[in-house]
Design a binder for this molecule. Sequence first.
Ligand code: FAD
Length: 367
Amino acid sequence: MTSMPRTDTDVYHNTSQPLSSDLSHANTMALSCTANEVVTVTDEAQLDKFMSTADDTVFVLSGGSNVLLPARLNITVLRPLMRGITVLDQTLEHIDIEVMAGENWHDLVVYTVAQGWYGLENLALIPGLTGAAPVQNIGAYGVQLEDTLHSLKAYHIPTKTWHQLSPSDCQFGYRDSIFKHAPNTWLITRVTFRLHLDENRVLASYGDVKSIAQEHAKQQGRLGLTPSDVMHAIIDIRSQKLPDPKQLPNCGSYFQNPIISQAQFLALQTTYPDIKGYPLPEARVKVAAGWLIEQAGLKGSGVAPIMTHIHQALVLTNHAPFTATQSDVALAQAHIISSVYDKFAITLNREPVWVNMDGSIGQDSYV
Ligand SMILES: Cc1cc2nc3c(=O)[nH]c(=O)nc-3n(C[C@H](O)[C@H](O)[C@H](O)COP(=O)(O)OP(=O)(O)OC[C@H]3O[C@@H](n4cnc5c(N)ncnc54)[C@H](O)[C@@H]3O)c2cc1C
């Protein structure tokens, strides 16, 4: 088993520090949060041992980049920080690697590309840990986690049993999986990926990726594109587009791109010829949420201290790190949702996970 050296990619996950019950530094939105108790597990035996005496009400927290934590979390928080990467199988075409839940996702992407194992490069610079990646089937630049996921191992909290899940067991959808629908039920401890060994499998069709990747290849004195060029292009694009949570706390795209009927889209297009939409099957259209927020006059505004980003209206940022609370987010969220609805009659839905005081997931208690 290999373990990657820890880098400073994820300051919110520093295992060298004892974890206190203060989680304000353990979520990338930097919301003030204190939990009853925080328990770290670094191997599966520890998890078994802890769960044998614990009740089944725990909240699983990894890198904290997709959660909105309450000021007070009246529940035990379990942090699966097991490390390691193991090669399980290799053929001429592919390699199967098993990655423990606590490996930093971006470091894993960089590591696999450096080894000449391809398939994850489009998912570079997504924050968080590997065990959380299947939860919302992370996706970016035309690729989703399910494209390379081979299987995963997870602990079923209510029955205290271990399971091996196939991709179809995971019921993946767009930013969706069985784990999202059954929060605090599964704890993923290992993820197996089937990666490709063929350098020519390059997916650079999305937006500016190809031209920037070509520029990177040119600088290296090459003509053809490699997965490494694609990864570097995506790192460049994302670094320019998305605020770094370490500089300005945020939890990435705050709203999902809403899906509306083609009829509503065409009606809106007569008033707003610039409206951005992507046609979907069954006469539906996916509309860019960031564009809607911007057109509602909310780029760079919100309800202080929670503001949309000045360059990317889809991202809510926290201007009072470690002090602002979930209720501040609720106010800004309500303001944005109602402003967009008043202008376009479209309801925006939140993407990150809203955590209630009792550890349950879902409704906003403040709106
Ligand atoms: C700047 C920024 C950019 C982002 N870009 C993208 C993007 O391009 N695409 C994308 O899809 N997402 C993106 N995200 C969202 C986020 O990074 C991903 O959802 C990531 O996988 C969350 O990982 P995490 O370790 O931070 O999970 P956490 O936030 O800790 O947890 C998220 C959810 O998963 C559950 N969970 C965590 N670990 C486990 C586990 N081991 N087993 C079972 N359940 C678990 C938690 O209970 C919670 O419900 C972005 C976020 C930020 C801040």
